[in-house]
Every structure is written in structure tokens, then in C-alpha cells.
Design a protein around this ligand. Structure first.
Ligand code: SF4
Length: 411
């Protein structure tokens, strides 16, 4: 049995923790009797891992009714921070040892983050353009997995999410649906909002967030000190803190999502992880954000030459808009990511630390195949000019502003 670690929770604060868990128990007791089949949406981040391990412990200790079926849906984006990915693997083993069904939910090959960018040529997401990534690598695969699983049941399915807002949100009676807030896991609010509207699932699927009220200090207390104890399930949750800043995780309150997320103002989770000497060997990962930014530059993209007529016959709002990545830029990006992966793994081998997988062999083969086939996103042919080409400006009403100096005039 692992040693009990003392914490400031011993004593009076422990009572608060117990009260918080009691609220979780009450919410589950209210919903479980009407929903015999239960799923848990698990991202591997702190809130959903606390939710998952606590619920399994509550079932095993008979504090809540055992559902007729329990399925854990692990959303594997292939972009997780290494300590989270490693902890998730261990926890999946611990779930399977208990006979709990675990489904690893991954986007179809061509929709995965790396394949979509480097194979299909869609530019990395940023805050100014449509953010395709959260829906594509997190929400849609989860909806598809759920739809398939729910077809096996009659009656209502209860999907449990790790959405947590803490006490202030409960007080305000307001649930923030954004997934970009400090300390949140990218996509977490979306599960609550999007999943019940999934095609064919409305009316059958209910969602419940039994840790909605829980304070972040209680989540850390559970993951670091309670869950690893045999009496609470003997879970491999302690390593999760590393991805959020180790012992200072609570103060840093990092938002976690993909490694090198191009949308985060600062990659706090990766930066704090690298300050931990045990994980410093992963510093080449810092090159990912640099690469995503570089790929969005005009020299790596093509653009529309003038007015663009859309499928519905209307004129696109943004004539001469910049579009996909050139084939050369995609190959360059692929080599850079493979180089980052190789550098991390060489250091991992030398130091006896865990290896990482940014692009696996299957994904690399698919990316090369898509590039070799000259694949372009919908609406693009690949014969459009380089986005660096200087040309007369075309306005949406068709007006053209000629260049002040054309190449011939200048020569
Ligand atoms: S963490 Fe960033 S890159 Fe990943 S899905 Fe969320 S917004 Fe997109």
C-alpha cells in the first residue's frame, strides 16, 4: 500500500473535501436510477480524470448504485502532453483490470491534427479563422463513438463529463461554455453543450457533470493524495500534476490541450513541464508552435487570384484570400515534426525516460501519400498563385485597384 502523504487537508479542510464528494454522490444518486447505461467522457486532463476515478471508487465502495453498463470513452487527440498521455495509458490498464470497458476515441486518420495540416494542407488553426480543431479532433469523434455505442441500448444513456466550474459558477447559476479559460481543458465545456445535440441522440442522451461544483484544490487533493491510496482505488493519477506544473500546479492553473496549441497565448502547460528536470528532455517540443506560426506565412501558402464564386453562386467575402499550404511547405513541416520527435526520443533513450509519438508510422505514410497525390482542401485546385504574389487588389464588388508599379513599369 502506498504511504499516506500528509497535506494541509488533514483535519478541518478534510471535512470540506468530504462535503464536496457528498455533493457529487447526491448528483449521481439522483440521475443513476433512471439511466442504467452510463458513459464517461474522459480527456485525460485533471478534471475528467478526477471525475472518472472518483466515480469508479464510489461504485466499488457502494456509495452509488452500480450501473447496468459502464463505458469509458477516452478522447485520444494524439496531441496530449506526454505526462497526461502516459498517465492515461496506466489508468486505462487499471480500468480494464477491473473489467471496465474502455473505448479509445480518435479522429479518423485524415481528420487528425497532423494529417489534416501536413497531408491535406489546411493551415494550422489560429484565433482569427474558423477554429476547426476542437470539433474535429475532440467533439466529432466522441459523438460518433457515442452514437455507435448507444445503438446497443434501449432507453436513456447518461454521459458523464468532467466539466467543472467551481463554486462561483454554481453561485452565478452560469455555466461557461468556452473552452479557452485558464485551468480548463480545451473542449471541456463543448462536451456539455454539443454532445446532447448530437445527430440522432437528442432525447436519448443526457449529460451530467458531477464535479461541477468542486473547487480546484479538491481536484488536486483527490488526484495527488487520495486516488493513489488503495482505499480510494490505487490510481496512477499523481503524474497528472506534472503536466500542470508539479507541486505548484494549483497556483499555475495551466490550461491543458494539445502540445504547442497554436491558439493559446502562451503554452503555459508545456513551459512549466519543461522546467521540471525530469521532463526537460522534451524541450524540442517548443519548436511546434514556431512551426505552426511559420506555416501560416504567405510564403508557405497559395491564394485566390481574384473574385471567388462559392458553391451557392454567391461571391466570397474575402477575394484573394490566403488558403492552403503548398506541397513543399507540407513536406518541410513533416520533416520538422519528425525531427522534433527524433530529438525528443534520442534524449529519452539516453536518459531512460518515456518516448513520445507525434506522428506514428501510419500517419507519416498517409501524410506522404496525400502530398504525393497532390491533395487540396475543398474549393482549391493547387494551381492558384503563391500567397506571396503581388497582384492588383480585387474588392468584393468586383472593383480592381491596379498596382501602382507593375513589374514592367519598374524595369
Ligand atoms: S488545444 Fe488548441 S489545437 Fe488542440 S483542439 Fe484545443 S484549440 Fe485546437
Amino acid at each position: 500500500m502506498k504511504a499516506h502523504q500528509s497535506s494541509f487537508f488533514d483535519g478541518g479542510k478534510r471535512l470540506q473535501m468530504t462535503e464536496s464528494i457528498e455533493l457529487t454522490i447526491q448528483s449521481l444518486q439522483a440521475y443513476l436510477p433512471d439511466h442504467p447505461d452510463v458513459g464517461i467522457a474522459w480527456s485525460g486532463g485533471k478534471d475528467s480524470t478526477a471525475t472518472l476515478t472518483m466515480i469508479v471508487w464510489l461504485i466499488e465502495s457502494r456509495k452509488i448504485p452500480r450501473p447496468r453498463s459502464l463505458t469509458v470513452f477516452y478522447a485520444d487527440t494524439r496531441q496530449e502532453l506526454p505526462p497526461l498521455a502516459i498517465a492515461a495509458e496506466q489508468i486505462m490498464d487499471e480500468l480494464r483490470e477491473r473489467g471496465i470497458r474502455v473505448e479509445v476515441v480518435t479522429a479518423p486518420m485524415d481528420k487528425r491534427f497532423m494529417v489534416y495540416i501536413l497531408g491535406r494542407g489546411v493551415p494550422p488553426p489560429n484565433n482569427n479563422t474558423l477554429r476547426w480543431c476542437t470539433r474535429q479532433i475532440k467533439i466529432d469523434p466522441m459523438q460518433a463513438a457515442l452514437t455507435e455505442r448507444i445503438a446497443e441500448f434501449d432507453g436513456k444513456f447518461l454521459m458523464i463529463t468532467g466539466v467543472r466550474q467551481g463554486e462561483s459558477a454554481i453561485r452565478d447559476q452560469r455555466i461557461e461554455m468556452s473552452c479557452g479559460k485558464d485551468g480548463a481543458e480545451c473542449g471541456q465545456g463543448w462536451y456539455q453543450k454539443v454532445l446532447p445535440d448530437a445527430k440522432g441522440l437528442s432525447g436519448i442522451l443526457a449529460t451530467l457533470a458531477p464535479l461541477l461544483h468542486m473547487r480546484v484544490c479538491h481536484v488536486w487533493e483527490w488526484l495527488k493524495h487520495w486516488a493513489p491510496l488503495v482505499e480510494f482505488g490505487d490510481w496512477s493519477t499523481a503524474m497528472i500534476a506534472d503536466a500542470y506544473g508539479g507541486d505548484e500546479a494549483e497556483e499555475i492553473n495551466a490550461r491543458t490541450g494539445c502540445i504547442g496549441c497554436p491558439l493559446a497565448a502562451e503554452d503555459t502547460a508545456l513551459n512549466t513541464l519543461l522546467r521540471n528536470p525530469a521532463w526537460a528532455y522534451l524541450s524540442p517540443l517548443l519548436g511546434l508552435r514556431v512551426l505552426w506560426r511559420e506555416l501560416r506565412e504567405p510564403k508557405n501558402r497559395i491564394k485566390k487570384a481574384g473574385l471567388e464564386r462559392l458553391k451557392d453562386g454567391s461571391i466570397a467575402k474575402n477575394p484573394q484570400r490566403m488558403g492552403p499550404l503548398t506541397l513543399e511547405a507540407r513536406l518541410m513541416g513533416l520533416e520538422r515534426v519528425l525531427g522534433i520527435q527524433a530529438a525528443c526520443n534520442a534524449a529519452a533513450n539516453a536518459q531512460g525516460r518515456p518516448r513520445i509519438s507525434l506522428i506514428n508510422a501510419e500517419e507519416e505514410a498517409r501524410i506522404r501519400e496525400l502530398i504525393a497525390a497532390g491533395t487540396w482542401p475543398d474549393g482549391w485546385e493547387g494551381d492558384e498563385p503563391s500567397a506571396e504574389t503581388v497582384m492588383p487588389i480585387v474588392y468584393q464588388n468586383g472593383a480592381v485597384q491596379p498596382l501602382l508599379f507593375s513589374a514592367e513599369e519598374a524595369s
